[in-house]
Design a protein around this ligand. Structure first.
Ligand SMILES: Nc1ncnc2c1ncn2[C@@H]1O[C@H](COP(=O)(O)OP(=O)(O)OP(=O)(O)O)[C@@H](O)[C@H]1O
Ligand SMILES: [Mg+2]
Length: 223
């Protein structure tokens, strides 16, 4: 699913070069539940955004779902993100004025699905994450764990090949976080999607099939 060879992402700030990623080599297989851990500033989010086509490498090879992302232009990357990637954020990123099902529907609008199909699929997804009876609630009428489950439903509606999650449990208490990860794992096996999850929490790293630990933009541990 993901092939990364000697990947670098450097930021230039005036005369200073920040080597956020400094020679990453990594292969992630289809259907894996993969974790990236490491201390703050080690490059975890940078790596995740590159895999999702949200950023471009300084150099190196980056092939995701068969596409050579380093060679794609902005339009191709936008298309890639829309069709192939689902993203889950630490702070959910739901639109406050929309209900749960309207939030879940959004990626399908970008994919030009007709309204009736959108609604049917959104409701199916909400049922899968156990929130059908909350479909008409807005985010501020839902708990943190419920909001993250809406975000997971939204991330899956376009049937992405790769689901990327940046600290998906960072704003949740321990037990809610564990539930969310268990739900993710379950949905992954049902939908045959590959998941890459960034986390600080070693208990959650243990839930993954494999992991890498980053330090200063390099992989320093893996299994
Ligand atoms: N746009 C940018 N411009 C300059 N430096 C950046 C930029 N984005 C990230 N960096 C630097 O790159 C390094 C890696 O950042 P990154 O966000 O990937 O870390 P992280 O491992 O996700 O950290 P955290 O756990 O705090 O989220 C950091 O030193 C950061 O300061
Ligand atoms: Mg980060």
């Amino acid at each position: 699913m993901v092939i990364i060879r000697d990947l670098h992402r450097h930021y230039r700030l005036g005369n200073v070069v920040v080597r956020a990623l400094n020679g990453i080599n990594l292969t992630i297989y289809t259907g894996e539940f993969f974790a990236i851990c490491g201390s703050s500033g080690s490059g975890k989010s940078t790596l995740l955004y590159l895999m999702g086509g949200m950023d471009r490498p300084t150099r190196g090879e980056l092939i995701v779902a068969g596409q050579n992302l380093a060679r794609q232009d902005e339009n191709q990357l936008a298309e890639f993100r829309c069709r192939r990637i689902g993203f889950i954020y630490q702070n959910f990123h739901l639109i406050p004025s929309l209900t749960a099902w309207q939030n879940v529907e959004i990626p399908m609008i970008f994919n030009h699905l007709p309204r009736s199909a959108r609604r049917q699929i959104a409701m199916q997804r909400l049922q899968e994450v156990g929130l059908l009876e909350r479909s008409h609630h807005r985010p501020n009428q839902l708990s943190g764990g419920q909001q993250q489950r809406v975000a997971i439903a939204r991330a899956l509606v376009n049937q992405p090949a790769l689901l990327l999650a940046d600290e998906p449990t960072g704003n949740l208490d321990n037990s809610t976080g564990k539930e969310v990860v268990a739900l993710l794992k379950n949905l992954v096996s049902i939908n045959q999607v590959t998941v890459v999850m960034v986390t600080h929490d070693m208990n959650l790293v243990e839930q993954a099939d494999r992991f890498v630990r980053l330090q200063d933009g390099r992989i320093v541990e893996s299994n």
